[in-house]
Design a protein around this ligand. Structure first.
Ligand SMILES: C[S@@+](CC[C@H](N)C(=O)[O-])C[C@H]1O[C@@H](n2cnc3c(N)ncnc32)[C@H](O)[C@@H]1O
Length: 387
């Protein structure tokens, strides 16, 4: 059994886990964490989980005092004969405690182990939980002597203590995002993490050939190639096709990867794609960017235009892919000052267009919105299957 620590938008992380591991195997503990019933979980395969760990201790109910006692008891024994120096990080989620209370567990453990001749270095807690960056830079969870304990309190009071198996590799994400040769602020900057979540939401079969018909600078194609999929991108703009090509060549060179890719210009509303297309993952046309909510008339104009382009795209796509083909597309939804969303009308007619939405066990489609507080245009993630 694993526990995962969820990112800024927990519903996206839960949805991703459900698709990858099956809805019945995922149990949300709170907005911060979920357990996954599986024998194998690689944090690097997930975009929506910040940390993951193997569950070691399960406490049905109790308080921080009990946590303290259990950890000290368990690890004084476990490490009594440890050869070499242990680095320990402690992260608590869902507890109303002070970072010093968290650190205190480590200090007691350090004193006890010292008596047994075992040396322990404690990673300092600025907060009750170590940041992903701190866990990643200290390589916690990546070797037997670099341990991070994830101490998670569920909404129902249950407590889980897990040994981390690693944190998100933020260095690698930043490199893929910022060091690629071609970026374009106008077409938008899809974060690689979100691209990875979208690919996992489609959940293509291993080695499937993934089509992105709005490929832009190729972030989705890059992430798909890294996960071992075949990649195929098209875009209305010749410049974007060129950018994707350069970025994919850069990825192959810098990451010593060998993969085939196809790219060509095409209007998603009428182009004919080359077969096979085993899955479709795309951040579609999102309309013009806004720095402040537009007037109702302007919003209606943009919404109508996006709805037209994306409806025509889905009508063109449906007869070109086989029944059962998974599709994950990001479409625009506009956020008002009050935090309400205006959605695209096509969502209500998705079945008529030949697609059925995936039903998640723990979340609803309305939760699958990706945005930052300062953004007007949110990305709504539709997870579909061709009927
Ligand atoms: C939001 S951007 C996608 C950015 C992309 N995820 C990336 O990694 O850069 C949308 C893309 O759709 C393209 N586009 C707009 N209308 C299109 C259409 N009718 N057919 C195909 N591509 C279109 C634009 O050129 C743009 O590159």
């Amino acid at each position: 059994m694993y526990v995962t620590i969820l990112g800024r938008q927990p519903a996206l992380g839960i949805a991703e886990l459900e698709r990858v591991f099956g809805g019945n195997n995922v149990t949300p503990l709170s907005n911060l964490a979920a357990t996954v019933d599986t024998d194998r979980l690689e944090i690097q395969d997930l975009g929506g989980a910040l940390k993951a760990g193997v569950v070691i201790i399960d406490i049905t109910s109790g308080d921080w005092h009990k946590v303290n006692k259990k950890i000290v008891q368990h690890y004084t024994q476990e490490w009594a004969a440890f050869e070499g120096k242990i680095t320990l990080g402690l992260s608590a989620y869902g507890f109303d405690v002070d970072p010093r209370d968290v650190q205190k567990i480590g200090i007691i453990l350090k004193q006890k182990l010292k008596k047994a001749g075992v040396s322990l270095r404690l990673v300092p807690n600025q907060d009750t939980a170590l940041s992903t960056a701190t866990s990643h830079h200290n390589k916690l969870g990546l070797a037997s002597n670099k341990v991070e304990l994830l101490i998670v309190r569920a909404k129902d009071g249950k407590i889980i203590i897990a040994e981390s198996t690693g944190a998100q590799n933020i260095t690698a994400y930043t490199k893929r995002d910022q060091e690629r040769p071609k970026r374009d602020a106008f077409v938008g900057m899809l974060p690689p993490k979100l691209a990875q979540i979208m690919i996992n939401l489609a959940h293509p079969a291993p080695h499937a050939r993934i089509l992105d018909p709005f490929c832009g600078t190729g972030v989705i194609l890059q992430e798909a190639a890294l996960q071992g999929y075949g990649v195929y991108g098209t875009d209305l703009s010749e410049k974007m096709v060129r950018y994707s090509r350069e970025n994919l060549n850069w990825l192959a060179d810098t990451h010593h990867l060998r993969f085939d890719f196809d790219l060509h210009e095409g209007d998603a509303m009428n182009t004919t794609w080359q077969q096979p297309v085993d899955a479709v993952v795309a951040e579609t046309y999102l309309g013009q960017p806004f720095s402040a909510p537009p007037s109702p008339a302007k919003l209606e104009e943009v919404r109508k235009n996006c709805n037209h382009i994306l409806t025509e795209f889905l009508k063109n796509l449906a007869p070109q892919i086989e029944s059962g083909t998974p599709v994950c597309i990001a479409i625009p939804a506009w956020r008002s000052k009050e935090g309400n969303f205006t959605h695209l009308p096509l969502i209500a007619t998705i079945a008529q267009l030949g697609f059925k939405p995936h039903e998640f066990r723990n979340i609803s489609q309305n939760d699958l919105l990706y945005f930052r507080e300062d953004q007007v245009v949110a990305r709504e993630l539709l997870t579909l299957t061709k009927i």
